[in-house]
Design a binder for this molecule. Sequence first.
Ligand code: TTP
Ligand code: MG
Length: 395
Amino acid sequence: MMAPHHQPRVILHLDMDAFFAAVEVQDNPDLAGKPVIIGHPGPRGVVATCSYEARKFGVRSAMPSTTALRLCPNGIWVRGRMERYTEISRSIRERMRECTPLVEPLSIDEAFLDLTGIVQDLEGGAGIGRTLKEQIVQDHGLTSSVGVAPNKFLAKIASDLEKPDGLVLFPMEAVQTRLWPMAVEKLWGVGPKTGERLKAGGVHRIEGLVKRPESAITSLVGERAARHLRALARGEDSRPVVASREAKSISSERTYETDLTDPDDIDRAFLARAEHVARELRRDHLAARTVHIKIRTGDFKTWTRAATLSEPTNLAEGIVHEAREMYRARIDLHGKGVRLLGVGVSHLVQADSGQPSLFPDPSEERARKLARATDEVRDRMGEKSVTRARLLKKK
Ligand code: TTP
Ligand code: MG
């Protein structure tokens, strides 16, 4: 049942504390109380996360390992074990789904739950939060932090307020006292650029967005962003909690007038389909865990293959890499040409958590920036305006 619109909602956000590091400590008690850093300490490595003991030295997620080594020379480095974290993440999600079917995972260690109609008020939501936290301790020995509020934005702000092991209720009345003093960067959608522009205009704290006249904010960041940010600053956010779209899929296929036989043409065809799918994903703020391909030859024989990525992506690069790999290694056309070629994705997850990627790497960051830039141009100039050089190149 959908709740009537006027009924205040009860939204819960849960985020695990120092997730990867806490799992390693749990699985190896020798590490307890020590500065544990997850990542590879080599010159090109980055920190995935670290224990709170290591944070005291200034070590942070996404920091170059060389910096972390300098800040915390006695840190204990542990290679990440993604399968283990995924396994625990799934089990926690199951616990969440015992509370409500409306669970929206944001990343491997956080999710929103819509408890409207299941509990009466925020207090009731906090009760569920307490139970969930206890269950996760019992199941896995891990602590988490929970925020309960009338919407997603405030719930996420709240879960961060008393980390680790926090449980914070954030009613509308707390907006002035607890939200307004925060730095503008705390708002969803304020990246470094927007942050700079706001600060250059003298808006440092969230309060400034509300207290200044709307026209002043519009002149700094444009009309759309101004409206969006001012609503958040007032504590308003009407986005619904959307149950995980793991069942949904997106695909793109094309039939060719003459069968493709040249490996370069086939490579290009994969890229074109992957670009299409990646763009759809980004448009819906989704990322995919599984890539599918479909190939049909002139004699109507059809092959389908699927593979799961180590982490979700919405970039053409990641999708096409996996697609070509499956084609090369797992399909043998016996010399026949390709009549139809399709690329699809499934196991979709929300991509707009504002969190940098797990194990970020520079080439992926570049690809992400490029995708963002071409999306922007296409939004303004139309779908056909930007095409990868690789697509046009005719050998
Ligand atoms: P976070 O929830 O951002 O961090 P955390 O759980 O380690 O610590 P906190 O107590 O502050 O919530 O991210 C969850 C996991 O995702 C984290 O344990 C490791 C991974 N991660 C990366 O691999 N790279 C990153 O840049 C970030 C931010 C997280
Ligand atoms: Mg976390």
